[in-house]
Design a protein around this ligand. Structure first.
Ligand SMILES: NC(=O)c1ccc[n+]([C@@H]2O[C@H](COP(=O)([O-])OP(=O)(O)OC[C@H]3O[C@@H](n4cnc5c(N)ncnc54)[C@H](O)[C@@H]3O)[C@@H](O)[C@H]2O)c1
Length: 366
């Protein structure tokens, strides 16, 4: 077994900083090359994070035998082709959400990863938040009974909707559904233990600006376990945090209790349970804030709105690197990514047809 994983990062923009920072803290990661079509961006990353080299040509870098894995952090519509290219070259892949911009591309990527025996992981950083892990344990232990409602919103303010790839459907593949709601679809699937999806209904539109992709969306998902209400907007107006306003919060309601997480609240994570066996006698009949592991100060990556103590980036990258080196499962693999993609695709189709759909109906006549 090799002692370290040789890694290439393609896409040296905004979110890639969090990935690259995390890699500098993962001892068995070797930062081989930063790649971007924008040469200055690739050079900046090499210099800032200590990649051994940089390139504007991914093919040239993929030809290297000491490159084991590719982290894809480019604009969303390019994910599919870049995943395929990297897998074809025999490299493991960690790709930013959304996995791709279409169900067909996700299916193709999953099939290729399986055929090649390579890891394909979709980066849903929230799955590595300590409160998400703790919430899953609490739900699995039955401490909030049977979950019946998952309710979430991710919203932020983008002041300039006239420039950048996010508002260009040819580069983004969609709007806030692919950019924001996708996170909470993943959270819900993970927290509720991969529920069966019975139907999807969505309303979405560009409501606040003259743009070609949706700025606001609500998705209602009926599962065999709970109803999910997942909202998003990139035009929120609220007092700003460290950068601009950012709201990220979810709640799980169960027959015996409730879990809630709010990135801006302190504490972020609160639980109520009426399960007597779990009650602290001093705190019974009220909210409790379970103790969570605290991320070391020098391992905290600034990520827009997340409480630094809960910073998930180093654990996510350690998980990916270890999985590639030891051939262990990844938390959000190609199957997981495909399921999120099927739900998002059904949401788009539901909204355009004005009716709720099963995942199968959404795929018919595609
Ligand atoms: N998990 C999160 O919280 C989070 C946050 C922001 C963005 N994202 C996702 O990360 C991805 C990147 O978003 P961003 O905000 O960092 O974008 P960005 O525009 O800041 O950076 C993208 C970079 O990719 C480069 N690029 C584009 N196509 C390329 C290609 N084919 N080959 C090489 N380089 C290419 C661009 O030149 C740019 O430097 C998107 O898919 C987005 O959905 C996730």
């Amino acid at each position: 077994m090799p002692e370290s994983l040789g890694i290439v990062m393609v896409g040296c923009g905004g979110i890639a900083r969090s990935h690259a920072f995390a890699l500098t803290k993962v001892e068995n990661a070797r930062l081989i090359a930063s790649v971007d079509v924008d040469e200055a961006a690739a050079i900046r990353f090499r210099d800032r994070f200590g990649f051994e080299t940089y390139s504007t040509d991914l093919d040239e870098v993929l030809a290297r035998d000491d490159v084991d894995a590719v982290i894809i952090t480019t604009s969303s519509k390019s994910h599919g082709p870049l995943i395929l290219k990297s897998l074809e070259a025999g490299k493991h892949v960690l790709v930013q959400k959304p996995m791709t911009a279409s169900v067909e591309e996700s299916r193709e990527a999953l099939a290729l990863a399986e055929r090649k025996g390579l890891k394909l992981m979709v980066s849903f950083f929230e799955l590595f938040l300590p409160p998400v892990e703790r919430a899953r344990e609490i739900i699995e232990a039955g401490l909030i009974g049977d979950p019946f409602l998952f309710k979430a919103i991710m919203a932020w303010h983008t002041p300039d909707v006239t420039s950048g790839w996010r508002f260009n459907p040819a580069l983004a593949g969609g709007g806030v559904i692919l950019d924001g709601n996708v996170h909470h679809v993943a959270n819900a699937l993970y927290l509720l233990g991969d529920p069966k999806i019975e139907s999807v209904y969505a309303e979405y539109a560009a409501l606040t600006a003259d743009i070609e992709v949706e700025d606001t969306a609500v998705i209602l998902i009926r599962t065999d376990k709970a109803i999910l209400e997942i909202s998003g907007s990139n035009r929120l107006q609220e007092p700003g945090g460290a950068t601009t306003a950012f709201k990220d919060t979810w709640q799980v309601f169960g027959t015996k209790g409730t879990i809630q997480w709010d990135s801006a609240a302190r504490p972020t994570f609160r639980v109520f349970t009426s399960e007597e066996s779990a009650m602290d006698p001093l705190l019974a009949n009220g909210w409790v804030s379970p103790k969570l592991p605290v991320m070391a100060a020098d391992h905290r990556e600034f990520s827009m709105h997340i409480n630094g103590e809960e910073s998930p980036w180093v654990p996510e990258h350690q998980h990916f690197v270890d999985a590639c080196l030891n051939d262990t499962p990844v938390r959000s693999d190609g199957h997981f990514g495909l399921k999120t993609q099927l739900i998002l695709d059904a949401a788009y189709r539901s909204g355009s047809e004005g009716r709720k759909l099963t995942l199968e109906q959404a795929q018919e006549a595609r």
